[in-house]
Write a protein that binds this ligand. Sequence first.
Ligand code: NAD
Length: 305
Amino acid sequence: MFTKDNTTVGFIGLGNMGSGMTKNLQLNGFKLVVNDVRKEAAETLLANGAEWANSPKEVAQRSDIVITMLPTPKHVDLVAMGENGILAGMTAGGYWVDMSTSVPEVTERARTTEVGKTIHIMDAPVSGMSVGAANGKLQIFAGGTAEEFAKVLPVFEAMGDSKKILHVGKAGAGYAVKLAINQLWFSHLVATAEVMAIGVKAGVDLEVLRQSLIASPANSNFVENDVLSVLKHGDYDEGFAIALACKDLGLEVDLARSVGVPVELSSLVEQIFRRAKAQYGDRAGEMTPMKLYEDLIGENLRIQA
Ligand code: NAD
C-alpha cells in the first residue's frame, strides 16, 4: 500500500482542483514532488516542504506514484507522452493515476508504448467541485484492478471522502462514470433553470416554486441544494470554468458515439452550454447557462439569502 511513511507522490496540474488536492496530501503527511506550467501555482506547497520538478519526466523519476489533474485529454496526452513526459521517467511497476476528467483513448494509447506495458495506469476522476478538493471531501471514481485500487486507496483517502471513494470497474470505467455524472448534473441545471424561468414569468414566487418542487416527485439534489449558490448568492461557480464543462459534455457525446448510443438530450445540453460559453466567456462559471434564462425573462432568479 502507498502510505505516507513509504510514498512520495508526484503531482502535475496545480489548478483549481490540484491546488486543494495537493494541500490535503501534504496535510496528511505525504511527501510531494510537483510540476505545473505555472510555477507560481506551487508557491505555498513549496513553502510547506514540497519539492519542485522541472518536467513531468522529472516528477516521475522522483516519485513512487504520479497523479495528473489536467484540463483536457490533450493536456493529459502531452504530459504523459510528450517530450519529457511522465512515461519517459517511469520504470517497470510504477503507478500513474490520471484524476482529470478525460477519456480512455489517451491512457489506452499510453498502455501500448514500451514503458506503458510495464507500469500501472489507472483513471480516477473526481466530483465535489473546487471546494471539495480544498476540504479533502472529493468523491473519487477509480478504474483499475482491485489490487491497484487497494494499493492506491490511502492516497485517495487523503484527498476524498472515505465513504465516497468507489472502485467502479476496470481501467477506463472511472472516466465513463465521471462523464455520466457531469452530463446528468448539467441536464438538471438546464431543466431547473427552464422551469424556474417559466414559473417566475407565470407569477409564482421563486422560493414557493422551489419548495413545491422539493415536496414533489420532481425533487432533485440540484433543486434542493446546488441551485442555491445561484439563487441565494448569484454565484455561478467560477471554480469550474464553463470551457471545461463544455469539454466534459463534448467528451460524453463522443463516448456515446463511440459506443453507438444516440443521445439527443446530451447533445442539446452541450449546445446550450456552448451558447453560454460564447455569450459569457470561457472563464465564466459552470452554472452560467442559468444566466441565459435570466436574460430571456429579463430578471435574475434570486431568493432571499
Ligand atoms: P485548471 O485549469 O484550474 O487547472 C489545470 C492546471 O493544469 C493549471 O494549473 C495548468 O497550469 C496546469 N497545466 C496545464 N497544462 C499543463 C502541462 N502541460 N504541464 C503541467 N501543468 C499543466 O483546471 P481544474 O478546474 O483544476 O480541473 C482539472 C481537471 O479536473 C479537469 O479535467 C476538470 O474537468 C476536472 N474537474 C474540475 C472540477 C472543478 O470544479 N474545477 C471538478 C471536478 C473535476
